[in-house]
Design a protein around this ligand. Structure first.
Ligand code: ADP
Ligand code: MG
Ligand code: ZN
Length: 608
């Protein structure tokens, strides 16, 4: 904020410039102009010209004589002025000798009043304004920013169909969101259909969902499909250094929009201005004024006019209630993380942009990326393409994609990392410990891959489990099995080396998270039945939860979490003890190969 230069400075600067220019013009240029037209000459020259008969009209003023000559080389009349002399008394007699001379005002009145004023004041001002505009425009173009002079202008980018270049085809999955938006587009195309029935379309629709799920993309697709003007602005663009500016921008935006109706106004990241107003002193006045203006404007225009407001946010819970009430954003369009089919579709959309080699099993990639957002999937495809280039291959293969899934999950392979043989052995047993516990339980996802190649994320190895189909619910058994699997690595270390390492820190974190959620949010513990002990703060971002119980309960929660993990740990140790030979055999195999597939793992396990 402190670094933002107030745009006032150029304004004042510009007016000073204009004033200086006008003064200069008056002091230097204007006298030259008038001197050029009315020439001051000595009295002797006047007498000479009189004798030559060159003087046409003459005007005798109090202390000077103004006259005009006729017979000169130049075509236009020349004006002269000369002072009175002592012999002026004889002037009358002299002049009588020349009957051709006429008497009267030589220089017309307007010469030194109206035209002068026009020339010396109005014209320069007009000139400076025009010049100023040109300069400011070229300056702002150079800076790439909005016009510095346009206070309170909304700066909304206006898209028309051809410019966004995105259509609904670019958005894979998200069918519900697309349907909701298609209806809006359809309304803008033929409002009569809706009017006939008496249906009123929502004034606004709010796209909510985690980051990277395609909210902005959807809005761009609407712009591409709608064939109507599309104003796009980001919430943060409203918030300015000057109080009142944001409100002015909102006003301007809606004014423009209603001029161009039917049209769509898209406010991205609306939480920047739409945050809950609170009664606290010292709140953000500017933001609240902006929000108030937005609320007023949304009430102000009538929905039949054909202005539809779209907004996107990943923090819907932080939005002001007034913004969400019917009549404003009365429709809420969830844009959730893609399911299995959605992920396959998104992968296909992005894979179509790169050269692929033969058939790629998108289903396998999609199953390995449960919980990934559209943006992450797009990134996976791109990483795959980069890997293909690095390897000097002309097209992306299935291998590339699978490798890039791991890159996105765990970072790049650290091929040069030096790890001592003993540590490598520990990592081997640790990973096989996870895999073995997973394989021996009924409710665990199948092991897909085990590797002990270190990654840039710091992981020394990992076990990848991939669900066979799409999972939306997690049962209590599955949760418990998952915790047991997570403790399997440490359990193997304990049993084999009789010592423990720091390698299990991530396992511990994850196991605790699941166990705690089971107790506090999923009602999966015996003690608390269906009592909510935590609330999730912002579900689409960090997903942080806050305890909403008394301190005593909190300590009981801790005890319950500990008990859950301890039991799972004990279970994992039991499983490994029972399968000790397999543990040795598999760990040796993994140490040799560094990476083994789920099939290889199951083969050895199955050959009892
Ligand atoms: P956000 O929801 O955070 O606004 P974006 O719309 O900016 O996410 O999505 C970022 C990128 O992720 C898009 O440019 C696109 O490449 C990719 N993406 C996200 N969702 C999808 C989807 N459903 N279909 C295709 N690509 C998607
Ligand atoms: Mg976005
Ligand atoms: Zn582990």
């Amino acid at each position: 904020m402190d670094n933002v230069k107030p745009p006032k400075k150029p304004l004042i600067f510009y007016y000073i410039l204009a004033m200086v220019a006008i003064l200069l013009l008056n002091m230097l240029v204007m006298p030259m102009v008038s001197r050029a037209s009315v020439q001051e000459v000595p009295y002797s020259q006047f007498l000479q010209q009189l004798q030559e008969g060159a003087v046409g009209q003459i005007e005798i003023q109090e202390d000077r004589i103004v006259y005009v000559t006729l017979k000169t080389e130049e075509k236009r009349p020349m004006f002269f002025v000369t002072g009175m002399m002592e012999d002026s008394n004889r002037l009358a007699q002299r002049l009588e000798q020349y009957p051709d001379i006429t008497y009267g005002k030589v220089i017309p009145q307007r010469e030194n009043t109206f035209l002068n004023a026009l020339l010396s004041w109005v014209f320069p001002i007009v000139l400076m304004v025009v010049l100023g505009q040109v300069i400011m425009r070229s300056l702002s173009k150079k800076m790439g920013g909005p016009n510095a002079m346009s206070f309170g202008k909304s700066n909304a980018k206006v898209y028309v169909a051809a410019q966004s270049g995105k259509t609904f085809q670019d958005v894979a999955g998200q069918d519900e969101a697309k349907d909701a938006l298609k209806e809006i587009v359809d309304f803008l195309h033929n409002p009569q259909k809706y009017k006939d029935i008496g249906a009123r379309l929502p004034k606004g629709a709010l796209l909510v969902g985690p980051p990277g799920t395609g909210k902005t993309l959807l809005a761009q697709a609407v712009a591409g499909e709608a064939n109507v003007p599309f104003f796009s602005i980001s919430g943060s663009e409203f918030v300015e250094m000057f109080v009142g500016m944001g409100a002015a921008r909102v006003r301007d935006l809606f004014k423009q929009a209603s001029d161009k109706a039917p049209c769509i106004v898209f406010i991205d990241e609306i939480d920047a201005i739409g945050k809950k107003r609170d009664g606290n002193m010292g709140g953000n006045d500017e933001r609240e004024q902006t929000l108030n203006q937005l609320l007023t404007e949304m009430d102000g225009f009538d929905g039949g006019k054909g202005v539809v407001i779209l907004a996107a946010t990943n923090r819907p819970e932080s939005l002001d209630k007034a913004l969400l009430r019917p009549g404003r954003f009365d429709r809420r369009v969830p844009v959730e993380l893609p399911d299995l089919a959605g992920r396959v579709a998104i992968l296909k959309v992005h894979a179509a942009k790169v050269k692929t080699d033969g058939e790629i099993d998108f289903d396998a990639v999609a199953r390995a990326t449960s919980g990934a957002s559209g943006a992450e999937l797009a990134n996976i495809v791109n990483e795959g393409a980069l890997a293909a280039v690095r390897a000097g291959r002309p097209a992306v293969t299935q291998r590339d994609l699978e490798e890039s899934v791991e890159t996105v999950i765990a970072g790049y392979q650290r091929k040069g990392a030096v790890i001592s043989p003993r540590e490598k052995l520990i990592v081997s047993y640790h990973e096989i410990g996870h895999a073995l516990v997973a394989a021996m339980q009924k409710h665990s996802a199948p092991v897909h891959k085990i590797t002990i190649i270190p990654r840039t994320s710091g992981a020394l190895g990992y076990t990848m489990q991939v669900e066979e189909g799409e999972k939306v619910l997690m049962s209590r058994e599955e949760a418990l099995d998952k915790i047991a699997t997570l403790t399997g690595g440490r359990a193997a270390e304990e049993l084999i080396f009789d010592s423990i390492t720091t390698g299990a820190s991530n396992d511990i974190e994850q196991a605790t998270k699941i166990a705690r959620a089971m107790v506090t949010r999923y009602g999966m513990s015996d003690d608390f039945d269906m009592m909510a002990l935590e609330t999730v703060n912002n579900q689409y971002l960090s997903g942080d939860a806050a305890l909403i119980c008394s301190a005593e309960t909190a300590s009981r929660v801790d005890a319950e979490v500990l008990r859950t993990i301890r039991e799972a740990h004990e279970k994992a140790r039991g499983i490994l003890r029972e399968n000790m030979e397999k543990l040795h055999e598999l760990a040796k195999f993994l140490l040799e190969r560094e990476t083994i597939t789920g099939e290889e793992f199951m083969e050895i396990l199955g050959a009892r």
